[in-house]
Design a protein. Structure first.
Length: 232
């Protein structure tokens, strides 16, 4: 299928195998949690290798007394932004990959059932402070240079696009979207929201959506499967 140049679909054979396992209807909550974590790890490795660059840090010393130059990553101002609820299942994987702790800012978005359009119900991004007002504060809030959206399923693309727009208004310079599986039309919609600054990395792409906006064949509602709320 034809996808925008800022959408990257992994061809890692282990990743494809794990995505196949995640599609199993009989997978337990424990198995779903483990698979989402493992898929996020592989997608994260591929995405972060492209988005981050190594840089020389300060000098330090090894346990046997040899001096060496430490390695840091650029950009240093990073934030993880999981989309509630299902994005929480990807947080630990990306935190483990990054060499240093980074802030985690949560966005709560749900799709209105009749229109399938996103509705924001929670946002804990620090209030954006302009450079002029920041000069008068001793500890101004720092907007991330790179925000990493964690959204396991991109269906219609409306939720992901809304998150991108929110982060753009917050003042980020670049956005990396990590996802487990996406619908082709949905991922195109999200990629078009801010094409010059957004890169989307996904384990797999499905070509169809159901009338209720679910991926076909898809992986079901990942949030419900993670938190054992199926049939709520």
């Amino acid at each position: 299928m034809s996808l925008p140049s800022n959408v990257h679909v992994s061809r890692h054979p282990c990743l494809l195998g794990k995505l196949s396992l995640l599609r199993f209807k009989s997978a337990s909550t424990r198995e779903v949690k483990a698979l989402v974590n493992e898929i996020a790890t592989i997608v994260g490795v591929e995405a972060l290798a492209s988005a981050l660059t190594p840089a020389d840090g300060p000098k330090d010393e090894t346990p046997i007394g040899f001096e060496y130059t430490t390695t840091t990553i650029e950009p240093q101002a990073l934030s993880l932004v999981p989309i509630l609820r299902s994005g929480l299942g990807m947080v630990e994987a990306i935190q483990t990959l990054l060499p240093n702790p980074v802030p985690v800012h949560h966005l709560g978005l749900y799709r209105e059932p009749s229109t399938l359009e996103p509705v924001e119900y929670y946002n804990n991004l620090p209030q954006h402070v302009s450079s002029a007002s920041a000069a008068h504060q001793s500890t101004p809030e720092k907007t991330a240079s790179l925000a990493i959206i964690l959204d396991p399923v991109i269906a219609t693309g409306g939720t992901c696009a809304a998150a991108i727009q929110t982060l753009r208004e917050w003042g980020v310079k670049r956005i990396l979207v990590l996802s487990v599986v996406a619908a082709s039309e949905g991922v195109k919609r999200a990629a078009a929201e801010w094409p010059g600054a957004v890169e989307i990395w996904v384990a797999g792409v499905d070509t169809e959506l159901t009338g209720s906006g679910m991926l076909k064949p898809g992986v079901g509602d990942v949030g419900d499967r993670l938190f054992l709320t199926i049939g709520k």
